[in-house]
Design a protein around this ligand. Structure first.
Ligand SMILES: NC(=O)CC[C@H](N)C(=O)O
Length: 395
């Protein structure tokens, strides 16, 4: 049996709030934007989602790590967060994959995984009190340390760190090279019809990678798309060399307004009028390229039960964002299709004349509910329709 040694750790927020806790994961000091996620499951997907780059995540669900970490639930190659804050941490996980065909994929405990990837964690924190501070004052920078245990000294480090507003983190996470993706969602997760008829011509989608989650690629593949993933700074002309049936704009970290190349490329792509679909940062970049503005939310939306819709139908959605589109700044070419029903910020858009739409939430789930999975089908449908129209025109 492993005897764990409890080591003290300190959490200090930019406003001077101090929390004493215990360390799990790596040792050292880390600084980032402290945010909270209210999901009851899916911590591994959250930690490896590139959109969380630069952030320290407070998990409000009080038990963290009970199912360990496995190869199948990775949303990218490694954890992307700057640090982890928990009420309680599990050192002896149990995973259903043990004793199943996926046994080899149940690999380690959360603390070991964080040590391997040099990520700091702090537990034994009153995460309810911390979340109330973040809700009332807004997300703010903070630090976790196992080496600087004097709060005033750590506070100085925090106050010197840059704010999330104006930070371009896309270049840290975007792919360096073009690659193709064709793996669908693992069939044991598949509860609904997905893969297209085999005699249908495959659809080519170019996905602009601002920090793409793997399950987006898997869902596109499950819906019969061949996906070509390109770096965030790829110019529109290069994207058109692939003769795509549709273009996908991915999720990603940081402030969308400073991803200038992505916005310019998207503006140029709009001229071609081909189907486009954007998720989260992709949605914000699409809005920006259509002339809208974005702003920083007070504490953001991060969790698995965010309601989105207008009047008739409501989807329960997975969300992870700190910025949003300013509704009043939208041009007359665009229609709002969804609002976040908690605070009525823009959660979905549709171009009135072009086959272009986007959502602020995560239809790929992973983690989260599958209510919005139909959006992938809608994208495929718009590409098929576009193909059909092109054939009619050329006849
Ligand atoms: N998940 C995302 O794509 C997040 C988008 C953006 N970084 C935000 O925080 O709003």
């Amino acid at each position: 049996m492993v005897i764990k040694q409890v080591q003290p750790a300190l959490l200090v927020l930019e406003d001077g709030t101090i929390f004493q806790g215990k360390s799990f994961g790596a040792k050292g000091t880390t600084i980032g934007e402290v945010v909270f996620n209210t999901g009851m499951t899916g911590y591994q997907e959250v930690l490896t989602d590139p959109s969380y780059r630069g952030q320290i995540i407070t998990f409000t669900y009080p038990e963290l790590g009970n199912t360990g970490v496995n190869a199948e639930d990775e949303e990218s190659d490694a954890p992307q967060v700057r640090g982890v804050i928990a009420r309680n941490v599990c050192y002896f996980p149990s995973n259903w994959r043990l004793g199943s065909p996926y046994a080899s994929q149940a690999c380690s405990s959360l603390p070991d995984y964080l040590i391997t990837h040099n990520i700091l964690g702090i537990y034994g924190i009153d995460t309810r009190a911390l979340t109330r501070i973040l809700r009332s004052k807004g997300a703010m920078n903070g630090a976790i340390s196992t080496e600087i245990l004097d709060p005033q000294a750590l506070l100085k480090e925090v106050q010197a760190a840059p704010s999330m507003e104006g930070l371009n983190l896309v270049k840290e996470v975007t792919t360096k090279r073009v690659y193709e993706w064709s793996d669908p969602t693992n069939t044991h997760w598949e509860f609904r019809p997905t893969a297209e008829e085999s005699d249908a011509t495959p659809l080519t989608v170019v996905a602009i990678d601002f920090g793409i989650k793997r399950n987006i690629l898997r869902r596109l593949a499950s819906y019969g798309c061949r996906v070509i993933v390109v770096p965030a700074n790829t110019p529109a002309e290069d994207i058109y060399q692939y003769n795509p049936d549709g273009i996908f704009l991915s999720n990603g970290p940081g402030d969308p307004a400073v991803v200038k190349e992505g916005i310019e490329t998207t503006k140029a792509l709009l001229q071609y009028g081909k189907p486009m679909f954007g998720i989260c940062m992709g949605h914000q970049i699409l809005g920006l390229s259509l002339g809208a503005e974005t702003f920083k939310l007070k504490f953001g939306h991060r969790g698995l039960n965010q309601p989105a819709g207008l009047q008739q139908t409501v989807e329960i959605t997975s969300q992870n964002h700190g910025f949003a589109i300013t509704e009043e700044s939208l041009s007359a070419d665009v229609e709002v299709t969804h609002l976040n029903l908690n605070d009525r910020t823009v959660a979905g858009l549709r171009h009135k004349t072009l086959p272009i739409f986007s959502v602020q939430y995560h239809p790929e789930a992973s983690p989260g509910p599958h209510d919005a999975d139909y959006l992938f089908a809608k994208f495929v449908e718009s590409m098929r329709e576009y193909q059909q129209n092109q054939k009619t025109i050329s006849r």
